[in-house]
Design a protein around this ligand. Structure first.
Ligand code: ADP
Ligand code: MG
Length: 256
């Protein structure tokens, strides 16, 4: 079992979209996947069609009110969801302060998910407590980023955070970048992509997720793109991305 944190402190870069669709693509291949909605806004749950109000989630597991496995909702074949829960936004204040603060998520996950191939954590767009907990729990990091200049700046900030954690935890993460929400018609996007490829030559996954209105529409139906429009280009992009993720297929500079 590998824990994958989908992380980028910038909002709107495609973390939730990537988590929902990549997890579903992996599940369709046959991998057992659990996705944790670790953003108090709860948009991963909505994207997967879970809209019940006031459902508990990872919040209650972190507060020791429930076990993480009790919070699991089966959402598709091979795909399970742990919702965020309404207390996730205040979790830092609600926790028993005698506990080590960075270990709360890792402790709550325990060994419950040992039978899963992947546990994905859809992180919130902020730094601080939740991100620290996601990084402590994670084995791998997946960073969605768009093709704009500010996204590039955010990436260098994020790399600084990741390095600090690597140093403190005395370990190295496996890290991959997903180019998401890519507007191939914008010159800026190509320039940004080239800069990212120069700095991270073997870490950008081969498939680019382009801007596509269907990807923005499908969460309103509680469907992934693989259900909403299975024969569309973004659906095949996500199926390809799943293969990239599994086989470490990366983009080569000049071939993109
Ligand atoms: N490739 C894409 N094409 C079009 N819209 C997208 C794409 N990826 C994400 N979106 C939309 O952009 C918004 C932000 O994406 P989201 O995945 O929620 O980002 P994050 O989780 O990083 O905040 C959402 O409305 C989403 O539907
Ligand atoms: Mg999100």
């Amino acid at each position: 079992m590998k824990v994958v944190a989908v992380i980028n402190q910038k909002g709107g870069v495609g973390k939730t979209t990537t988590t929902a669709n990549l997890c579903h693509a992996l599940a369709q291949i046959g991998y057992k996947v659990t996705a944790i909605d670790f953003d108090p806004q709860g948009q991963l749950a909505i994207s997967l069609g879970v809209t019940a109000p006031d459902i508990g989630g990872i919040d209650d597991a972190m507060l020791d009110k429930k076990t993480a496995i009790q919070q699991v909702i089966r959402v598709r074949n091979n795909l399970a969801l742990v919702p965020a829960g309404s207390r996730l936004k205040d979790i830092e204040q609600l926790l028993d302060c005698s506990k080590p603060k960075g270990l709360v998520l890792k402790t709550a996950l325990g060994t419950y998910f040992a039978d899963q191939d992947y546990v994905f954590i859809d992180c919130p767009p902020s730094s601080g407590f939740l991100i620290a907990n996601a990084l402590v729990a994670a084995d791998q990091i997946l960073v969605p980023m768009t093709g704009d200049f500010l996204s590039l700046q955010g990436l260098s900030h994020l790399m600084g955070t990741i390095r600090r954690f690597e140093k403190a935890l005395k370990r190295k993460y496996k890290m991959a970048i997903v180019i998401s929400r890519f507007a191939s018609t914008r010159r800026m996007a190509k320039q940004v992509l080239n800069i990212v490829l120069t700095h991270f030559p073997k870490q950008v996954l081969a498939t680019i997720i382009r801007e596509a209105s269907a990807l923005a529409e499908c969460p309103s139906f509680g469907q992934t793109i693989l259900e909403y429009s299975p024969n569309s280009r973004p659906a095949s992009d996500f199926r390809d991305l799943a293969e990239d993720f599994l086989k470490d297929r990366v983009m080569i500079y000049g071939n993109e």
